[in-house]
Design a protein around this ligand. Structure first.
Ligand code: CAA
Length: 258
C-alpha cells in the first residue's frame, strides 16, 4: 500500500504493520494522518492474507497526541461541521486483531489511538497520560469512554483530571496494557504475538472480538444470547470442521479462514 504521507505500511507473512511516520513531531496526529491510519487499517481488514494488524510509531514515541499546531485555531462550529472525530468511529468496526506496540510518550489522542487497539505491548519506560485538561480541553476521540470502561470511573477521573503520567507498570496493573518488554525487543515480541494469532482460525478470532466488544456494552443476558449466535455461526465454517477433524486425527490443523 503506498501514497501515504504520514504513515508507512508493510506486510510480513500474514501480519500487517502500520507505522506512524512523523517522528520529528513525536508522531503527533494531524487529521490527514488519522484518516490515513484508518484507511490503511480498513484496507488490511479486507485483505484475505492479513490475519493481524500491528500499529506502532517511528522514532522515540508512539504518539504525543493531537497536533496542537493544527488544532489551536479551531472553533466549535468548524469542528462540528467538519465532524472532527468521525474517522475515529471507524476503528470500532475493524474485525481483525489490532496489536499496538507502544513506547516513549503515549499522550492524549495518542493514548486514545492506543485504546483503539485490542492488545497493547509497551516498551519499559513508556509513559501514558491524558494532558488535555491542562490545555483547557478534554479528550474527544473516545478517551473518557474507553478509559472508564477499562479502568473504572475512579481511576479514570483521577487520570483525566490530573493528566498525571502513568508508568507502563501502573498501566499493566490496571489492565490498560497486556505486557511490558525491553525497548529493544518491542517489535520482535509484538510480531511474535501477532504471528501466533495469525496461526489461529481467523473466523474464531473475529467472532470472539465481536462478542467481547458486546460484553463491554450489553447486559449479561443479552450478551450471552449474542455470544451463542456467534458460536452457532462458527459451525458453518470449514475451519470448525478442520479444527475438530485435526484433533480427532491427532494432527496439526490447517486453517484457511473460510
Ligand atoms: N502537537 C504538535 N507538536 C508536538 C506535539 C503535539 N501534540 N507534541 C510534540 N510536538 C513537537 C514539539 O513541538 C517539538 O517540535 P519542534 O522540534 O519543532 O519544537 C517536537 O514535537 C519534539 O517535542 P519536544 O521538543 O517538546 O520534546 P520533549 O521530549 O521535550 O517533550 C513532550 C515531549 C512531553 C511529549 C512534549 O512535546 C509535550 O508535552 N507535547 C504535547 C503533549 C500534549 O499535550 N498532547 C495532547 C494534545 S491534545 C489531544 O490529544 C486532544 C485530543 O484528544 C484530540
Amino acid at each position: 500500500m503506498n501514497g501515504f504521507e504520514f504513515i508507512e505500511t508493510t506486510l510480513t507473512g500474514n501480519t500487517a504493520v502500520i507505522e506512524l511516520n512523523r517522528p520529528r513531531q513525536l508522531n503527533s496526529l494531524n487529521r490527514k494522518m488519522v484518516s490515513e491510519i484508518i484507511t490503511a487499517m480498513e484496507t488490511f481488514d479486507r485483505e484475505e492474507d492479513v490475519r493481524a494488524i500491528v500499529l506502532t510509531g517511528k522514532g522515540r514515541s508512539f504518539s504525543a497526541g493531537a497536533d496542537i499546531d493544527e488544532m489551536m485555531g479551531d472553533d466549535s462550529i468548524s469542528l462540528e461541521l467538519l465532524n472532527q472525530f468521525a474517522d475515529w468511529d471507524r476503528f470500532s468496526l475493524i474485525k481483525k486483531p489490532i496489536i499496538g506496540a507502544v513506547k516513549g510518550f503515549v499522550l492524549g489522542g495518542g493514548f486514545e489511538l492506543a485504546l483503539c487497539c485490542d492488545i497493547l505491548i509497551a516498551a519499559s519506560g513508556t509513559e501514558f497520560s491524558f494532558p488535555e485538561a491542562s490545555l483547557g480541553v478534554m479528550p474527544g476521540a473516545g478517551g473518557t469512554q474507553r478509559l472508564t470502561k477499562l479502568v473504572g470511573r475512579t481511576k479514570a477521573l483521577e487520570w483525566l483530571w490530573t493528566g498525571e503520567r502513568i508508568s507502563a507498570e501502573t498501566a499493566l496493573k490496571h489492565g490498560v496494557i497486556n505486557k511490558i518488554v525491553v525497548p529493544e525487543l518491542l517489535m520482535d515480541e509484538t510480531m511474535k504475538f501477532a504471528n501466533r494469532l495469525a496461526t489461529q482460525p481467523p473466523l474464531s478470532l473475529r467472532l470472539i472480538k465481536d462478542s467481547v466488544n458486546k460484553a463491554v456494552d450489553y447486559p449479561l443476558y443479552e450478551g450471552m444470547q449474542y455470544e451463542r449466535k456467534n458460536f452457532y455461526l462458527l459451525f458453518a465454517s470449514q475451519d470448525q470442521k478442520e479444527g475438530m477433524k485435526a484433533f480427532v486425527e491427532k494432527r496439526k490443523p490447517n486453517y484457511t479462514g473460510k
